[in-house]
Each structure stands twice: as C-alpha cells, then as structure tokens.
Design a protein around this ligand. Structure first.
Ligand SMILES: Cc1cc2nc3c(=O)[nH]c(=O)nc-3n(C[C@H](O)[C@H](O)[C@H](O)COP(=O)(O)O)c2cc1C
Length: 191
C-alpha cells in the first residue's frame, strides 16, 4: 500500500522525520528499522546496514549497537563524522542525518541496555574470533554466552548536526534541511 502524505509546512516535515524514526525503533517491520551507516577514514569510505536501536528527539540522537572490534568502530575512533541514511520505499521518503558518533563501551549506558537484552542478542558479543578477521573455515567461529557485560558490546550515539529530508511525489518532490535538529532551523531546498 502506498501512503499519500501532505506536507504543508516545515513543522509537518519535522514531525514526519521523528515519527518515522520512532516507528523504526519500535517496529521491526518498518523500513526505518535499519539504516545505512557511512564512515570515512583518510581517503576511504565505508558503508553498511545497521539496526536502529534507539532515538532521542529532544537531544537529536539516533542509536545503534555494534561489536567493539568492528571496522566501523576503528573508523569512528579516528573520525567521528558519520552519515546515517534511511529510505522507505513505501513512504517515498529518504532521511539523511550527518552527525558525530560517540562510542559507549563498558559504561553505565551499556550496562543499563545489557540488562534488558535477550540472550540471543547478547551472544553476538561473545564470539571467539573478532569480526573481519580472516579465517580458513566458517566453522571456526563460535559464540558462548557469558554472564557478565561483554567488553565487546558497544552503543553508538549519533549526535545529529544536519538533517536532509526528501519526499518523492508525482505532484513535485519536496526536500528540506534542518540544522542541529532545531525545529525552527528548517528550510526548503530544491529537490
Ligand atoms: C539487516 C542488517 C542489519 C544489520 N545490523 C547491524 C547492527 O545493528 N550492528 C552491526 O554492527 N552490524 C549490523 N549488520 C552487519 C553490518 O552491515 C556489517 O556487515 C558488519 O557490522 C561489519 O561492518 P564493518 O566491518 O564495516 O564494521 C547488519 C546487517 C544487515 C544486513
């Protein structure tokens, strides 16, 4: 089913952005449940899909989880500038957040989240071989659940600095920009 949406003003656009993101966190069937995370290091760019695990509209943050030894953590440690790109075919909407990533490891933030996670989710953070390392046989990799907070569990918070929203419509595409997630900073740009 295709949704027909009306955006009469920039407040409607801002509301659309955050209701889409909120749905993405809470509904695993939503197109906004995953996004493309781009990192860059020196003259190299890396892009991959991650699951949207949390958001904070007031503080302008989106949150995901990852393994501490992953390539993206290495990238972010050197260059915290990232871009998070969401696209919903159903809603004909693309949302891009440019921002700075903050890494949480082995701290209160991780501990609080860890206590509410399923064993299945925790298992990824008890792997015998770090992600990305060369192996001879995929069977070498195994996971054994531990009792404690895994040191490999990382929560990444992206502080949004620029939002680029695009809505595709046969009546005319719409595009708007917000700075530092401030509702009143919004302006239209040519799509
Ligand atoms: C649908 C989907 C969801 C994924 N979610 C995550 C995630 O939440 N966190 C994560 O670290 N990797 C996730 N991955 C795996 C990443 O895309 C990537 O392959 C992996 O993290 C290694 O990336 P890196 O070497 O660039 O760090 C997901 C992949 C897919 C296809």
């Amino acid at each position: 089913m295709t949704y027909v949406m009306k955006f009469d003003n920039l407040d409607d656009v801002y509301s659309n952005i955050w209701s889409s993101i909120s749905r993405g966190v809470n509904d695993r069937h939503s197109d906004f449940h995953t996004f493309s995370l781009a990192t860059s290091i020196k003259d190299d760019i890396n892009n991959r899909t991650v699951v949207l695990r949390g958001h904070n509209q007031e503080l302008g943050k989106v949150i995901f989880h990852t393994h501490a030894s992953s390539e993206k953590i290495k990238d972010i440690s050197v260059n915290p500038k990232v871009e998070c790109m969401f696209y919903s075919k159903k809603n004909k909407t693309q949302i891009r957040f440019k921002g700075k990533a903050i890494i949480n490891q082995n701290n209160e933030v991780c501990m609080k989240k860890w206590s509410s996670m399923s064993d299945q989710s925790k298992l990824c953070y008890f792997q015998n071989i770090d992600p990305g390392l060369k192996i001879i046989d995929p069977k070498e990799v195994n996971q054994k659940l531990g009792n404690e907070l895994s040191k490999d569990f990382s929560i990444i918070e992206v502080d949004i600095e620029k939002t680029d929203w695009l809505y595709l419509s046969h009546e005319g595409h719409l595009r708007a920009i917000f700075i530092n997630n401030q509702k009143d900073s919004g302006y239209w740009v040519a799509p």
